[in-house]
Design a protein around this ligand. Structure first.
Ligand SMILES: Cc1ncc(COP(=O)(O)O)c(C=O)c1O
Length: 356
């Protein structure tokens, strides 16, 4: 999506946000719908940005923040992409959607589809967290569990969509989910009074949040709301599925399909992200990096974050804690850096993983 930012900035100012609605639709001039009446909202976005009290000291950071996306509708940041995508489906008169998902995108798709009366067909790996499966069924979606990975689910959607009359909601195959996710970038800028942090840790599966935030920073600079300074963007992956971390270390421009992908962090179980070239470009352009962490480290970090801060994070978010600890210990990040970890979902969705 491209917007006429030169025209938008004539009437839209940072000050006008003071009276804007307290969800991500406060950024409507840079969001896709033509008609505000199309908006399908469940109160997503404007999640808290929390300064940690004790975790920072424990891992050697003076200014460590958590952007807690677990407080979104359906308990993950996927609500951001789905509010915009389903809004556009409604605006464009689409009646049926299909989506391959690692779990949380399915829950969000099912919720927004339910709220707008659109039929949702969901394909998830059969090892998906139980909470996502139960939630999707309750939300009225038609759910198929697939004996395979998200890439197998995507193949089924691609094969059947024409015959079934489904609109394919796979990430980056349609332009609107990334627009919703980019608001994570608008919010962090606004919450820090238009000064971006030094480093952002983002748990990267498809990498759409990372791509979206980078786009947001570019738009914000064009609007004249932020300077050209950018955070180091740090992609966090799981050892059992790390196509981006491997490609980054090898200096490659794109990733290789990761065979036998396996991790408890379901959202990171993406063996070949469609946007790999974009992600790798962003990591390099921002002087960031990519880090892979083990499942055991993730669970330990999740318990540390919960017990020190009162934030029960999804394993994907917990992965950022251990990645930050490693980059502080190695000297890649200085103790005085202002660091933001994205906790992309709630730990309550992953009771099966945490109870192991
Ligand atoms: C909790 C959680 N975190 C992170 C991700 C990865 O998201 P992205 O596609 O933006 O990399 C997912 C995707 O399923 C997720 O559910």
């Amino acid at each position: 999506m491209r917007y006429d930012l030169a025209r938008i900035k004539e009437t839209w100012t940072r000050d006008s946000l003071k009276s804007a609605r307290p969800d991500l639709w406060r950024y409507l001039p840079v969001l896709p719908p033509q008609n505000p009446e199309s908006i399908v909202s469940l109160g997503e976005g404007m999640t808290p940005l929390i300064r940690t009290h004790r975790l920072g000291a424990a891992i050697g950071a003076r200014e460590l923040w958590v952007k807690d996306e677990g407080l979104n509708p359906t308990a993950s940041f996927k609500a951001r992409g789905m509010t915009t995508a389903i809004t556009m489906a409604r605006e464009l008169g689409i009646r049926k959607i299909a989506i391959p998902s690692a779990g949380n995108a399915a829950s969000a798709a099912a919720a927004y589809a339910a709220a707008s009366g659109i039929e949702a067909h969901i394909f998830m790996p059969k090892v998906v967290p139980q909470a996502n499966y139960i939630e999707c069924k309750a939300l009225g979606a038609k759910v198929t569990l697939v004996d395979g990975l998200i890439s197998d689910c995507a193949r089924i959607v691609a094969e059947r969509k024409d015959q079934e009359g489904w609109f394919d909601m796979s990430t980056l195959k349609e332009p609107y989910r990334v627009e919703g996710k980019k608001t994570m970038g608008y919010e962090v800028a606004e919450q820090f009074d238009w000064e971006l942090p030094d480093a952002i840790f983002y748990p990267t599966g498809g990498g759409v949040g990372l791509i979206g935030m980078w786009k947001a920073f570019d738009e914000l600079e064009q609007l004249g709301w932020i300077s050209s300074q950018r955070p180091k963007m740090i992609a966090v992956q799981a050892e059992g599925c790390q196509p981006i971390a491997r490609a980054f270390q090898q200096g490659a421009s794109h990733s290789q399909f990761w065979k036998d992908a396996s991790t408890i962090a379901a959202g990171l179980r993406v063996p070949k992200p469609l946007g790999d070239v974009l992600i790798l470009d962003i990591l390099r352009a921002s002087a960031g990096t990519a880090v892979a962490v083990s499942d055991q480290e993730i669970l330990n970090a999740g318990r540390e974050l919960a017990s020190l801060e009162g934030i029960f994070a999804a394993p994907e978010g917990a992965a950022c804690v251990i990645a930050a600890k490693k980059l502080l210990a190695s000297g890649f990040l200085k103790p005085e850096a202002r660091i933001v970890l994205y906790n992309t979902g709630s730990g309550l969705k992953y009771l099966d993983a945490y109870s192991a």
